[in-house]
Ligand binder design. Sequence first.
Ligand code: ZN
Length: 66
Amino acid sequence: MEEIRSGDHVQMRKSHPCGSSEWIVYRVGADIGLRCAGCERRVMLSRNEFYKHLKKVMSKSTGGES
Ligand SMILES: [Zn+2]
């Protein structure tokens, strides 16, 4: 299981209705907060849900970008 951090870009198995399947992680805790890269909509997923739908981690955060 891959460790994810705030700022990581991830690809999910199911794309958002806006057409984007890329999300940016903005919060990591008991739940994972994701922001859609296409339309900026924010969702919260439990860790179980997140890892169930995770396809791949696209880029690791270097800590500079917000
Ligand atoms: Zn979207």
